[in-house]
Design a protein around this ligand. Structure first.
Ligand SMILES: [Zn+2]
Ligand SMILES: [Zn+2]
Length: 300
């Protein structure tokens, strides 16, 4: 379930450069935004702090959480991601992530238990072996060893694609207000955030599961099939009442939403992990996640 939908169409900047300014205006109008007054329909990641912010959020959420050890492990990965993303790419992201994986493994502190054995195996694997593992995971045919390696592979891919995304020109990319995959790397969203603030208040941005980009998407319609009828919301009352699962009865997809008016500190990858209970609730009702979280595999 978790890895379904992880593969998307990769859209190159060169493909998008052919769009004329009128295409961009049309996309902005379609998104309901007013040129010169509205926020950008595409928000690119800030590599100086994305992973550091995630690590801090994971540590905050871990305190007293039933998945404390797992969240702290993800925080260690995020620390290492922040260290590695400052290095320069020597290849396109489709190949660079293999180099970033080795740098990530070097940047990590000493691990224990199964995570240590998995990291050691990856350190000594050839690039071809690692790429094969990733390809099995993407096709939903991962072995138990592949699943154990998935957080490391996902973390490395996030480094390479986030570095790439940060170097793009947001004005040259034209996200659609109904796009269900990332305009930069083609992956599906991990979650949506309902923004606060003078310019973007009330707008929904979908956050990429891989490259840290976010794009505007109309609210109250299913991100997978575009239906607005039969869309409903689930939440677990209490500490997590700013976290909703948007569920579609047309295609049985679900996507988490974080309401920043409830907490401006939500971080899509970290808070998605910490709200696993909501995933369990909606999966028992038969809904399937639209996009994966590379760190969710460990929790299965
Ligand atoms: Zn992306
Ligand atoms: Zn749907």
């Amino acid at each position: 379930m978790i890895l379904a939908g992880w593969i998307g169409t990769i859209i190159r900047k060169s493909d998008l450069m052919s769009h004329s300014p009128s295409d961009l205006q049309a996309a902005i109008a379609e998104a309901g935004l007013i040129p010169g007054q509205s926020p950008s329909p595409l928000l690119l990641p800030d590599t100086t702090k994305l992973f550091a912010k995630r690590a801090a959020r994971l540590r905050h959420l871990a305190s007293g959480h039933s998945l404390e050890g797992w969240l702290l492990f993800a925080a260690l990965l995020a620390d290492a991601q922040q260290a590695v993303i400052t290095t320069e790419a020597l290849a396109p992201p489709e190949r660079q992530w293999l180099t970033d994986l080795q740098a990530l493994l070097t940047a990590l502190p000493a691990l224990t238990g199964p995570a240590q054995a998995t990291a050691e195996g990856l350190r000594h694997a050839t690039e071809a072996e690692v790429a094969e593992r990733q390809s099995r995971l993407q096709s939903g045919q991962g072995t138990p060893d592949d699943l154990a390696a998935s957080p490391f592979l996902g973390a490395a891919e996030q480094i390479a694609w986030t570095r790439f995304a940060a170097q793009q020109d947001s004005a040259a990319l034209t996200p659609s207000a109904i796009a269900h995959s990332c305009p930069v790397c083609g992956r599906p969203p991990v979650a949506g955030m309902i923004h606060i603030g003078s310019e973007s208040s009330g707008l929904r941005y979908l956050h990429c599961s891989c490259c840290g980009s976010a794009w505007h998407h109309v609210r109250a319609t299913c991100v997978a099939c575009g239906e607005s009828k039969g869309v409903s919301y689930r939440l677990i009352e209490g500490d997590h009442d700013g976290v909703r699962a948007e569920c579609c009865d047309s295609c049985h997809s679900t996507l988490k939403l974080f309401l920043m008016e409830k907490s401006p500190d939500y971080e899509p990858i970290a808070d998605d992990l910490a709200s696993l209970a909501l995933d369990i609730l909606v999966s028992e009702e038969g809904y399937q996640r639209i996009g994966g979280n590379p760190f969710l595999v460990l929790g299965n």
